[in-house]
Design a protein around this ligand. Sequence first.
Ligand code: SAH
Ligand code: SF4
Ligand code: F3S
Length: 441
Amino acid sequence: MGAAPKKLHVKTWGCQMNVYDSERMAEAMGAEGWVATDRPEDADLILLNTCHIREKASEKMYSELGRLKPLKAANPDLKIGVAGCVAQAEGAEIVARQPAVDLVVGPQTYHRLPALVARAEAGERAIDTEMPDEDKFEHLARARGPAARPTAFLTVQEGCDKFCAFCVVPYTRGAEVSRPTARLLDEARALVDRGVREITLLGQNVNGYHGEGPGGRTWSLADLVGALAEIEGLLRIRYTTSHPNDMTGDLIAAHGACAKLMPYLHLPVQSGSDRILRSMNRRHTAGDYLAVVDRLRAARPDLAFSGDFIVGFPGETAADFEDTLRLVERVGYAQAYAFRYSARPGTPAAEREAVPAALATERLHRLQALLEAQQAEAQRAMVGRETTVLFEKRGRRPGQLVGKSEHLHAVHVDAPDAAIGTVARVRIREAATHSLGGDLL
Ligand code: SAH
Ligand code: SF4
Ligand code: F3S
């Protein structure tokens, strides 16, 4: 018997891409003999995978570092690493100001993590926030054995060239890059072989996907979805996050034509005011957005929409905010997120005069109330309807499973454990705030 394997604890904040990246990092360390642990106090290495999108998200890393300090006092061999978008944006500062941090790794160099950890273990403070040309995914180990869940994320596109005036993503994730289709189809097949039944394609602008396909032809996201749909055993496909300007005709048509493509779409608009949209550098109007929504609904009438909104963007007047409320009423969201504008260092909007905080908060609450009412209505409208559910895991009550409907509602159903990983027809019996209850048909 050799020495006990070293243990890795990963804590993840931010978007689904960070979730995907954390899994890849754990797998890369797994290939080096490390095992994952849920308990930070047992770990030899703690990785914080961070988010920079709003000030609050970013602060979470610093408060977590404070909480971890005693662990480091108890175990001098413990290494702490910071990954993700805060690492990319503030890597050098973190190393300078946070003596507890042993390594910093940006989102584009995760394939170098094992080497960085080795350097940290040798006593060096290692930092890598380069944005190299090589495809990190090509060097990241893939796990074998059965998947923990029947659903999985698959990053197909990363980075953003859109430069919305409020957003750090183009700086933390770099320029838009699409992965080649052959690799994605391989990765998807490997996931399905491991028992995955639903794949969510990820990208900061996932519908801007333009990957190298067979014979050098460029594939669109619709082409990729079409090829994925042919994989036997893959039952459901989703994708997120989309930009209204990249919602091309072939992708809209796919929503009507591809049965495996689920009728739920996260399509952020940020504001309903053309004046604010212009000042956000969104390059579309509220009318452009509504036209895209209408075309999508024409292709797939039961498509459920989700969105993101920013309130209190610099210069937002009461009338601009009313335009946002009007747009929300016109679309009718199944679910949506509203954020108070947070000025981010290095972005153009950070230089502009802020809306008074109290006013922004008041608008946030008004918008959230409207969105919550729409969500409750969308949940209620499901009662009595039939849908299909992909069961993901046991529910809270014995004998109960929880899964997702086609429209991404969480649904609780009495069903045997053997149904986990299968899709069943369910009639919805009742609606709670954030989930539905149903019965097997
Ligand atoms: N690529 C996606 C998601 C970007 S980040 C897109 O283009 O929509 C997720 C959401 O965070 C954004 O849609 C936006 O609503 C919000 N967000 C981004 N920057 C923000 C900021 N500075 N303040 C408040 N919310 C912000
Ligand atoms: Fe940020 Fe805009 Fe790019 Fe989305 S499209 S990631 S909001 S810059
Ligand atoms: Fe946050 Fe980076 Fe995602 S800033 S939202 S973790 S791309």
